[in-house]
Design a protein around this ligand. Structure first.
Ligand code: ZN
Length: 460
């Protein structure tokens, strides 16, 4: 994943502390004294993958029967009633599950977009940061926000929206306490109002000012569905991209999730301004939103990364599965010359993602970059017969959780296909317990049965 997309057979990577010192093939220079050697025979070694969009707490509301057939706006309004029950314990369990899944599927750097803070629960991002530190994943959470409730024409209920002054004060606090701008930093913070339909234009504008004042990145959802286009047209008299542009929300310090409903002019505008896109095909399929015009984006020079998106609309945090989805999604009905290739998908999952998150220190195996590596075991039935191009096999022929070893900043966090220092069985039991509690209390509070599969037309 260097600019020349070099592949090395019989390769080696030399690490010094948290950095890559050297990359080569054949014999390791004899003068080098190794403290430790990891045998990578039979494995493909890649830079760690980068996830560009997620809502970790949603792990606890995967495939909820009531919204299995619900499109975005209905899915959101039904799930707000469950999500308002989140507390620190729930966020902690969800973060550990989601971050663990990401590591096991080769992701070494991830963002999270946390925008729902029930009253009195302002420290959710701090909880996630602590979980990420324990697991050893590089973490770049964003302080999300919702301020435009139903009484002001927004989508979310008023009681899960926050006062704009409180949002900005907490954003500032998080930057001060957690943002680390140094190279190879393990924690960086960004700012991320939820979407045009859940915050005010004023908050978008002030958030952009604050982000630029502190040199942190900006993120939000954009043009996810035609419903959103219709909403913006009705409320703001323009398309979502125009709305963002007017608020100073396009630029090379911005990356936007989904961008399913972009037209050609908007793609050109993204390319011109360096605005990056988090492509989340699984979520877009799951909610019936559509398919982002990624071929056109790549051809126009728009930076594109991959995102697993929140686990209530995917319903997994599997980075390699997302890569495969992106590989296959752009083929039906398209001439082969417009198909996305395996190499392009892996590029999006590494360098494209790094560009979204504003990082030049991850995404490739090159001297000076962070020592973020994944080793994928290829001596498996699912890769047998694929030796002619094992790199492509990682996305053409995925094996669930095939990653054998993961290093982040030179530290081994997955070994032998297992998370280091995590009691997975206990974590799963804990997450299931909290999930059950959330669905039960939402069922009790609303009178709607969250355990019953409900055809979309019957949900109101
Ligand atoms: Zn999202």
């Amino acid at each position: 994943m260097d600019d020349a997309r070099t592949r090395l057979d019989d390769g080696w990577v030399l690490l010094e502390d948290d950095r890559i010192e050297h990359v080569g093939s054949g014999t390791v220079p004899g003068a080098v004294k190794l403290d430790r050697r990891i045998d990578a025979r039979g494995k493909v070694v890649l830079p760690g993958l980068v996830n560009t969009h997620h809502h970790l707490p949603q792990v606890l509301t995967r495939n909820v029967p009531r919204v299995q057939e619900a499109p975005l706006f209905l899915w959101l309004t039904e799930l707000y009633d469950v999500w308002r029950g989140f507390d620190a314990k729930a966020v902690d369990a969800a973060a550990r599950v989601g971050l663990g899944e990401l590591l096991l599927t080769g992701c070494t750097t991830t963002t999270d977009h946390l925008y729902l803070f029930p009253q009195g629960q302002e420290r959710f991002i701090d909880v996630e940061i602590a979980a990420a530190r324990d697991l050893g994943i590089r973490f770049q959470p964003t302080r999300g926000s919702m301020s435009r409730g139903q009484s002001q024409g927004g989508l979310p209920p008023d009681d899960i929206c926050q006062d704009e002054e409180a949002i900005l004060a907490d954003s500032k606090r998080l930057i001060r306490e957690h943002h680390d701008a140094r190279p190879r930093a393990m924690t960086r913070v960004g700012l991320a109002p939820c979407a045009p339909f859940s915050v005010s234009p004023e908050l978008m504008r002030r958030t952009a000012e604050m982000a630029r004042e502190h040199g942190v990145r900006m993120h939000t959802h954009l043009a996810e569905t035609e419903d959103e286009n219709a909403y913006c047209h009705e409320v703001y008299g323009c398309r979502p991209t125009e709305f963002l542009r007017g608020l100073g929300w396009l630029g090379d310090d911005v990356w936007l999730a989904h961008c399913v409903c972009l037209n050609r002019d908007e793609i050109a505008l993204f390319a011109e301004t360096g605005t990056a896109v988090a492509h989340c095909p699984s979520s877009n399929f799951r909610l019936g939103s559509g398919l982002a015009p990624v071929r056109d984006m790549l051809d126009a020079g728009v930076p594109v990364g991959l995102g697993v998106d929140g686990s209530a609309s995917n319903d997994t945090s599997n980075m390699l599965a997302e890569a495969r989805q992106a590989l296959l999604a752009h083929r039906p009905g398209q001439p082969p010359e417009r198909w996305i290739t395996a190499e392009e998908v892996l590029w999006m999952a590494t360098r494209g993602g790094a560009r979204c998150l504003g990082r030049d220190d991850v995404g490739s195996l090159e001297p000076g970059k962070a020592a973020d590596l994944i080793l994928v075991e290829t001596r498996r039935l699912s890769y047998a017969g694929a030796a002619s191009d094992l790199l492509a096999a990682l996305v053409f022929s995925p094996f669930p959780e095939p990653v054998d070893t993961v290093l982040v900043n030179g530290k081994i966090v997955v070994e032998g296909g297992q998370l280091v220092g995590v009691d997975v069985e206990k974590l799963v039991a804990e997450a299931d317990l909290v999930s059950d509690r959330l669905l039960r209390s939402a069922t009790r509070a609303t009178g709607k049965d969250y355990f019953a599969r409900t055809p979309a037309r019957a949900v109101r």
